[in-house]
Ligand binder design. Sequence first.
Ligand code: PLP
Length: 249
Amino acid sequence: MNEEDTDDRSRRAQLAESLARVRERVDRACANVGRSPDEVALSAVTKTFPASDAALLADLGVTDLAENREQEARPKVAEFQRLRPGVRVRWHMVGQLQRNKARSVARWADVVESVDSGRLVEALRRAVGNALEAGERSAPLDVLLQVNLDQRTDRGGCSPGKVPELAEMMARMCEIQLCGVMAVAPLGEDPDVAFATLSGISERLRRDFPEAREVSAGMSGDLESAIAHGSTRVRVGTSLLGGRPLVSR
Ligand SMILES: *Cc1c(COP(=O)(O)O)cnc(C)c1O
């Protein structure tokens, strides 16, 4: 057995253990509020970690992987496909996205969770249409509207008041499917307050768009709170893969 195999094996064991712990946390959080764990999906946030980790997570049964920078994700998705030919996972874009990256993201992302403006919706619609026509993708793009729950800063996300208008816009597009909402709890604030607000926003959205039922909320530090407030998808990085260098976003 060469050194690489040994490294791979110990990393696999590490990831298996942290995955089991995260799944336990999700199960316990669900039990505490009387929800079924089947209602809460897991995305592994692989940003700053190599494609080999993404491959090991897929081996362990993780079906959804998330990235927050287009430039990092594009080569990683290609590398993943080389490492695990034929293995299908769903790739989520969860970071702020510039309109000039729409073309590229349309080639690798199954889901974009960080949609927050009409101009971005329009750019994605056009990019997905072109990618479908060119045979670079085979399905419409699933989209979540990112809502900014922090009045003090602009770290991505639209204001809650913009949600109906953006949802209306997407309802007329066949290239894009609105699946729900996403948010990040504001730093230094009570996540319960933020996730309760998000839950209300989701409820109002579902009155007009019942199929937009996803609520992507909860990360390593606050997934219990998010699950208590109706999250249907937690996005976990640190608790699964370990700490990231401070320079990362
Ligand atoms: C990095 C990131 C996560 C994961 O955060 P952790 O605290 O490492 O679990 C979730 N969502 C988004 C949008 C992120 O950028």
